[in-house]
Design a protein. Structure first.
Length: 202
């Protein structure tokens, strides 16, 4: 791509350095905007079950300027709770009391949380949906209090942890997604640079 850019700039030798830099800045920002739009499309195309709006929340753009002839798209490694991957509580848990009056719950064979991160839907047997729709997993061999959720009951066993899916940073590192975005940047930037250089000549 560097040789292509140098060739384009040589075609417009009559332009001042200032006008050339302005054209480069605009071409870089056009390219990074295009990559930003395309990134979510490529991620969805690879089967990741995450809404475009949530993908965009994890992408940061650093735009080019006259003092910084560089534009950067960063996919952040922030944790994404499984609630964003079509999480659904399934099965029925029944609250029961033993002969000593102690409360516990009886879980059905297929109870848990179904999620789809990529590909097939999976059942997480030890997971539950808690406050604000977040998905948690209870640690084994710990005790706690009974609490109510939606139409059933669960036992908060004292130690729980949130469950997360694949971060957008990992999705972008998918070979196909990465290659698509790299190809886009390589092909789109010279075209936009030519466009802005021609406009500067008017």
């Amino acid at each position: 791509m560097q040789s292509t850019v140098r060739q384009a700039l040589r075609q417009f030798n009559s332009l001042s350095v200032e006008l050339k830099d302005k054209a480069i800045v605009r071409a870089l920002n056009d390219t990074i905007a295009k990559a930003n739009t395309q990134s979510s499309r490529e991620i969805k195309a690879q089967g990741y079950n995450l809404k475009v709006s949530r993908i965009k929340q994890s992408i940061r753009l650093s735009r080019a300027s006259r003092t910084k002839l560089k534009a950067v798209l960063r996919a952040m490694p922030d944790s994404i709770n499984l609630k964003h991957f079509s999480a659904k509580q399934v099965g029925k848990n029944t609250l029961v009391r033993d002969s000593k009056g102690k409360l516990s719950y009886k879980r059905s064979a297929n109870s848990g949380v179904r999620v789809k991160v990529k590909g097939n839907t999976v059942l997480l047997r030890h997971a539950f949906i808690g406050r604000n729709g977040l998905v948690f997993e209870r640690e084994k061999d710990s005790s706690g209090n009974i609490f109510k959720f939606r139409g059933g009951f669960e036992r908060d066993k004292g130690k729980i942890k949130p469950l997360h899916g694949v971060p957008v940073s990992k999705m972008v590192q998918n070979d196909i997604v990465w290659n698509k975005l790299t190809d886009l940047a390589r092909d789109h930037f010279p075209v936009r640079l030519q466009h802005h250089l021609r406009r500067a000549m008017r």
